[in-house]
Design a protein around this ligand. Structure first.
Ligand code: ADP
Ligand code: MG
Length: 339
């Protein structure tokens, strides 16, 4: 095995960055979540070259004070929690304080930001964890991050990326998911200069579904609403006419986070029993909101999984809520009228 080495901070940072930053889509997710946490009501995302060459996020949120910028880029620096006790009640999307340090370790980052209380904004440039400059600059309120040449200093990682069009489509998915879980925020997505998505931010989920997926889908969904003392479930489920061959149109948000869960998917599909053919998968956007503490969001840095206190209970309710909704006679009539 040879001599034992103590790794340099630079190497440690690059390894840690791999935990959070896997591809352009993970950069987009972290930065957009920061914009949401900063109270933005409009977020625009632009990518070129699959987001590997260029990825820009602009928000109209709180901005960052000039004297806080360097701190924000340190590992484990966050303004969102103070100690472990706060973990039980995380309300923000971020809390690990890892995104900015990780992204800046493996890309060229330009930040322009201004708070409403300061006259001037600030521009900060940091490339591969090395600070280049911090200067005053005129800027609107809010924050813009431009990320260039992702993985320019970690070629091994860059090799694992897929084609530009595939990476771009993953970024698109991320924007879509965040737009669906935040109908109160206006989202815009530009891909190689073309507008691919624009939501109004009027707070109405059915409008957001229409703006993202178009009329065919939006006119074939049914609203669901359920509430007891532990959990509330609401959103829209698709009629069988808009079923798909894969699970790409199954969207779950738990306490406002997009998550993937085979168990939840299966429970919902079970609710469709008798309404779909075996190889078909439904369209749905389902928000599940638990009272504080019943769900653990602290499972993995990318946080696409969550742990439930009582998963069997939530699976059973989901199946029932969906099945009851599909069975309602009115919808059978509605379906006839539609035709
Ligand atoms: P976390 O989101 O877990 O706190 P990050 O590394 O993502 O950690 O961000 C570090 C800090 O930088 C945040 O806690 C926040 O104070 C600040 N910040 C990052 N992005 C923005 C933004 N778009 N607007 C305002 N503040 C931001
Ligand atoms: Mg964050």
């Amino acid at each position: 095995m040879g001599k034992i080495n103590l790794l340099s901070q630079e190497t440690i940072d690059k390894i840690a960055a791999g935990e959070v930053v896997e591809r352009p889509a993970s950069v987009a997710k972290e930065l957009i979540e920061n914009s949401i946490d900063a109270g933005a009501t409009a977020i625009s995302v632009e990518i070129k070259g699959g987001g590997i060459e260029y990825l820009r996020i602009t928000d109209n949120g709180s901005g960052i004070d000039k004297d806080q910028i360097q701190i924000a880029f340190l590992r484990h620096s966050t303004s969102k929690i103070e100690d472990a006790a706060d973990l039980a009640n995380v309300r923000s999307l971020g809390f690990r304080g890892e995104a900015l340090s990780s992204i800046s370790a493996v890309a060229k980052v330009e930040l322009i930001t201004k708070t409403k209380d300061s006259l001037l904004g600030a521009s900060y440039i940091i490339e591969g964890a090395k600070e280049v400059s911090l200067t005053d600059i005129g800027a609107p309120n809010g924050t813009t991050f431009i990320i260039r040449q992702l993985f320019f200093n970690t070629p091994a990682r860059k090799k694992f990326l897929k084609s530009e069009s595939t990476e771009g489509s993953y970024v698109f998915d991320v924007v879509e998911h965040l737009a669906l879980s935040h109908p109160e925020i206006s989202f815009k997505f530009l891909l190689n200069g073309k507008e691919k998505l624009m939501t109004s931010g009027n707070g109405v989920l059915s409008d957001t579904i229409y703006q993202i997926y178009g009329r065919q889908i939006a006119s074939n969904v049914l609203e669901i609403n359920y509430k007891d003392e532990r959990v509330s479930i609401n959103g829209f489920i698709g009629k069988s006419v808009i079923a798909r061959g894969n699970r790409a149109f199954e969207h779950f948000f738990v306490n406002n986070r997009y998550i993937k869960s085979n168990n939840l998917s299966r429970a919902c599909e079970e609710g469709y029993y008798g309404f779909l053919m075996g190889h078909q998968h439904p369209f749905f956007v389902i928000n599940i909101n638990f009272e504080d503490g019943a769900v653990d969001v602290n499972v993995h840095p990318t946080k696409q999984e969550v742990r439930f206190e009582d998963e069997a209970f939530i699976l059973e309710i989901l199946t029932k809520v969906i099945n009851d909704r599909l069975r309602k006679r009115e919808d059978v009539l509605e379906a006839h009228i539609d035709e």
